[in-house]
Design a protein around this ligand. Structure first.
Ligand code: IMP
Length: 179
């Protein structure tokens, strides 16, 4: 195991099984509809790439990149769009694909932005959920795993842009992120 890691939280096999289940549920729910998957960069890139390959309906993909305003690591709930969608979502079915919902502030703000563009529907699919950290209620329609309040990396998730490439999801050692 990588020296910075406390333990494996979710193995790549567990993740794969759950991603297949999510893809199956989403495919059933959107049968006969055109679906646009909106991945939130960069954390959701690995999840979205796996999710779409297990889907049995036609999907299109697009990406957004957002960042919290301010230098503080604490989420403020106001997000700045660093990269916007390349297409209009008016009248389209949109599924936002996110790596992890923590306080919920980022997704809450993003939902407001997307809903203002008059899509046919907007739903959320998040691989991980830290429910104990929630500050604002957001409807997570498709959820991979509820996890405890620990800092996790791997499978797209980073700490200071590191560890995104790891195939499993790990709990990062506290001394790594608390300095
Ligand atoms: P929220 O606005 O607090 O819900 O922020 C969610 C974002 O914070 C996620 O998209 C991640 O980028 C980041 N984040 C929250 N918890 C973790 C974690 O445990 N590991 C890595 N990134 C995290």
């Amino acid at each position: 195991m990588h020296p910075g890691m406390e333990r494996v939280l979710l193995s790549k096999d567990e993740i794969e099984d759950r991603v297949k289940e999510l893809a199956r549920a989403i495919s059933e729910d959107y049968q006969g509809k055109e679906l646009l998957l909106v991945g939130i960069l960069k954390g959701a890139a690995v999840f979205l790439a796996d999710l779409m390959r297990h889907m049995s309906i036609d999907v299109r993909i697009d990406f957004m990149a957002v960042s919290s305003y301010g230098a503080s690591s604490k989420s403020t709930g106001v997000v700045r769009i660093l990269k916007d969608l390349e297409q209009s979502i008016e009248g389209r079915h949109v599924l936002v694909v996110e790596d992890i919902v923590d306080t919920g502030l980022t997704l809450n703000y993003l939902l407001e932005i997307l809903r203002a563009r008059d899509p046919a529907s907007v739903r959320i699919c998040a691989l991980l959920d830290k429910p104990s950290r929630r500050e604002i209620e957001v409807p997570v329609d498709y959820k991979g795993f509820a996890i405890p309040d620990e800092f996790v990396v791997g499978y797209g998730l980073d700490f200071n842009e590191k560890y995104r490439h790891l195939p499993d999801i790990y709990v990062l050692k506290k001394e790594v992120y608390q300095g």
